[in-house]
Design a protein around this ligand. Structure first.
Ligand SMILES: Cc1cc2nc3c(=O)[nH]c(=O)nc-3n(C[C@H](O)[C@H](O)[C@H](O)COP(=O)(O)O)c2cc1C
Length: 331
């Protein structure tokens, strides 16, 4: 970001943006950090296989301004998880998180994600290996259950085993994942939300840090959840309406906002977009993540339309964003 950008905030899990594949890319995260200094950001999930056998540098690339930043891993092999946790530390991440909530078929075959909720010992082994490999906080993001294993006692067994392995922070998506019959998208909407279960976890395990996730949209809802849990994690709402993040520092951390307007936020991103264009990144790879910025504002539709119609054209550059910005009145 700017040369005089403030030092990163200390890691707090009171308010975070969820890991989302294809959405919480470095470009979205750059914008998110312009909007809020305190929000904890998560990478997209990266599998241990991809990190170990693929282009490690590319998968772990982020901008210095993104701190505090957590790396989310998908995997279950303890040695591989340990290796990747060490990489997370070497690359300067602030936390390493294990995905035990993703319901996709593709990942089930590889023992990654929500299917691991059926194997608490395996998750515990993975967490123990990660803990032994790094001094970073090791956290888990999971569901309240999966089909066929959705009782309160089974959830408690999962938490207790994983906590005994050294995990002190549980980010709980407050619905089960149905591995047989629902798509990943349906699995984010159809199984009912049971926030009370997450509250009960905090009551039963007060020494653990419990973060609640799933279907949260407003600050009023966040404040309500914060009466029962240690933090809130927002996914889709933060992506589709990122301007919400501009009030997080004031609302939850008692600090002044980092930017005064949506225009200012996007303008602060332009030098970074220019640098990325010069590296050969296509404008569309970045511009798609700013589409939500004028969500609900007069002119927002024209802003989005201008980007959709022009960003993909060969050679498009900053002028597309600048012209789109000019379509919305500056407040
Ligand atoms: C496009 C998309 C991609 C996602 N990818 C991941 C992921 O990589 N890892 C993960 O743990 N959860 C992933 N999720 C789930 C979110 O992290 C979050 O748990 C879920 O969307 C519920 O929160 P929300 O209702 O605030 O969006 C994804 C969600 C979406 C919409």
């Amino acid at each position: 970001m700017q040369e005089n950008s403030p030092a990163p905030a200390a890691l707090s899990r009171k308010f975070s943006v969820a890991p989302m594949m294809d959405w919480t890319t470095p470009h979205f995260r750059y914008l998110a950090r312009i909007l809020s200094r305190h929000t904890l950001l998560y990478t997209e999930m990266v599998t241990t296989g991809a990190l170990i056998h693929g282009d490690t540098q590319r998968f772990l690339r982020y901008h210095e301004s993104e701190h505090p930043l957590a790396l989310q891993l998908g995997g279950s092999d303890p040695a591989e998880l340990a290796h990747c946790a060490k990489l997370a530390e070497q690359f300067g991440f602030d936390e390493v998180n294990l995905n035990v909530g993703c319901p996709s078929d593709r990942v089930q075959n590889n023992m990654i994600g929500a299917c691991l909720m059926a194997y608490p010992d395996k998750v515990a082994e993975g967490v123990a290996a990660m803990k032994a490999a790094t001094d970073l906080p090791v956290t888990a993001k999971h569901r309240i259950g999966i089909d066929g294993r959705e009782s309160w006692d089974e959830l408690c067994e999962f938490i207790e085993k994983v906590a005994a392995a050294g995990c002190e922070t549980f980010i709980v998506h407050a619905r089960i994942a149905v591995l047989e019959g629902l798509s990943p998208k349906e699995n984010r909407d159809i199984p009912p939300l049971k926030y009370e279960w997450v509250y009960r976890l905090k009551e039963k395990y007060p020494h653990l840090e419990i973060i609640i996730n799933g279907g949260i949209k407003t600050f009023d809802e966040c404040h309500q959840h914060l009466q029962h849990t240690d933090g809130v994690m927002l996914g889709r709402e933060a992506y589709h309406n990122p301007w919400l993040l501009a009030s997080v520092d004031t609302e939850f951390f008692g600090e002044p906002p980092t930017v005064a307007s949506r225009h200012e936020a996007l303008r602060a991103m332009l030098p970074f977009i220019q640098q990325e264009l010069e590296r050969g990144v296509y404008l569309t790879h970045m511009s798609r993540h700013v589409m939500g910025l004028f969500h609900g504002m007069p002119g927002g539709r024209q802003f989005r339309r201008h980007i959709s119609e022009n960003a993909h054209k060969p050679g498009s550059g900053l002028e597309v964003i600048e012209d789109a910005l000019a379509k919305v009145r500056e407040s």
